[in-house]
Design a protein around this ligand. Structure first.
Ligand code: PHE
Length: 349
């Protein structure tokens, strides 16, 4: 039985706690006395071995010492924490008058911005916005647009074919990634009677080698206006107005004869090259003009394919390259930049 000197123990405890510098030290002190094998714990455990009279006296004192240790430790901990708080407050403080940090906001892709602008301008001229599927049947992409199976015109659009077929009105058609937005002309006229004015922005796909002006996918805006009397003059006026509003300055356009199976007559639309102002430069191959879209008067067979009588209606259609438009507007010389996902490029818009 060790000699129990609680007074000595109390003095030791007092001293130890008094000199504790941080919470870890304080915790160690507590453990040293009241931990599993702590000095005071051992005293408390040995009480049962004492004769009854001593046990009561020593027990009372030991318990008082235990409470003393607890209270002193708690008080000291509060003191230490307060000291830490004061010290950190001295170094870590917030200047509430400082301007906040602005979160980095994303923004629309330049192609989306151009698409939105084009939609806005055409909507002001009474056109509605329509969309169609990117996976298309060969019927809508080719047949209904007056491009028969063996017609060489199919080669104009290098097609990405899908493995699956699709049953359309009892016939099986191959599926493909649409090569242009023109199939939406048919889809829309099947369900809606003229008079109509629509634009169809959307993504199209071509099986082509990529270079500065060709991508495997790009964007078009299809336009279609059908009424009793719609002429090439109407088309020219509307397109001129569109370019004027889009580029915010007078733009000259010209129509050149072209060929598309779904329009007759067909033409290519050029606009003055904005890089040189029409004088001729490398962007426009020294011609002063840039090709912006294909267009023409809707072919009678297209009306027929959509279930309309070509004798009752006439109209124009056009297909404009959105990427081309964006490249002109922002003077970008490589279409691949749009699809590179490079923030150094995208952050400029
Ligand atoms: N779909 C044609 C193309 O992608 C463009 C076009 C649309 C031409 C409408 C005439 C009429 O090349």
């Amino acid at each position: 039985m060790p000699k129990i000197n609680l007074k000595l123990l109390k003095n030791q405890i007092k001293k130890a706690i008094g000199s504790a510098k941080d919470l870890k030290e304080l915790n160690d002190i507590f453990k040293r006395y009241l931990g599993k094998r702590g000095e005071l714990t051992q005293v408390l455990r040995s009480l049962e071995k004492l004769p009854k009279i001593r046990r009561a006296k020593v027990g009372k004192e030991a318990n008082e010492l235990k409470n003393f240790l607890r209270i002193k430790c708690d008080q000291k901990a509060i003191g230490i924490k307060e000291k830490i708080r004061k010290e950190t407050a001295k170094i870590e403080w917030i200047d509430i008058t400082r301007p906040g940090e602005k979160p980095v906001l994303g923004h629309l892709h330049p192609l989306s911005q151009v698409k939105n602008k084009a939609e806005e301008i055409f909507q002001l001229m009474g056109f509605s916005m329509v969309e169609g599927p990117e996976i298309e049947t060969e019927w809508y992409n080719f047949d209904a647009l007056n491009i028969p199976k063996d017609h060489p015109a199919r080669d104009l659009w290098d097609t990405l074919w899908l493995k699956d077929n699709y049953k359309l009105k009892t016939k099986n058609y191959k599926l493909l990634l649409r090569t242009h937005t023109s199939p939406v002309q048919i889809r829309y006229m099947e369900k809606n009677n003229p008079p109509l004015r629509i634009i169809v922005p959307g993504r199209v796909f071509r099986h082509e080698a990529t270079d500065a002006s060709h991508e495997i996918n790009f964007y078009q805006v299809e336009g279609l206006m059908v009424d009793k009397k719609v002429s090439v003059a109407n088309f020219k006026a509307i397109i001129q107005e569109f370019f004027q509003k889009f580029f915010k300055k007078p733009i000259e356009i010209r129509l050149r004869p072209g060929y598309f199976p779904f329009t007759e007559p067909s033409f290519e639309v050029d606009m003055t090259c904005l890089t040189c102002g029409g004088k001729g430069c490398s962007v426009c191959s020294q011609t002063g003009w840039l090709e912006m879209m294909g267009a023409g008067m809707v072919h009678p067979n297209v009306f027929k394919a959509a279930g309309l009588n070509p004798k009752n209606w006439q109209g124009f259609a056009f297909g404009m390259g959105l990427d081309r438009l964006a490249m002109m507007k922002y003077k970008i010389n490589d279409i691949r930049l749009f699809y590179s996902g490079d923030l150094r490029f995208l952050n400029q818009f």
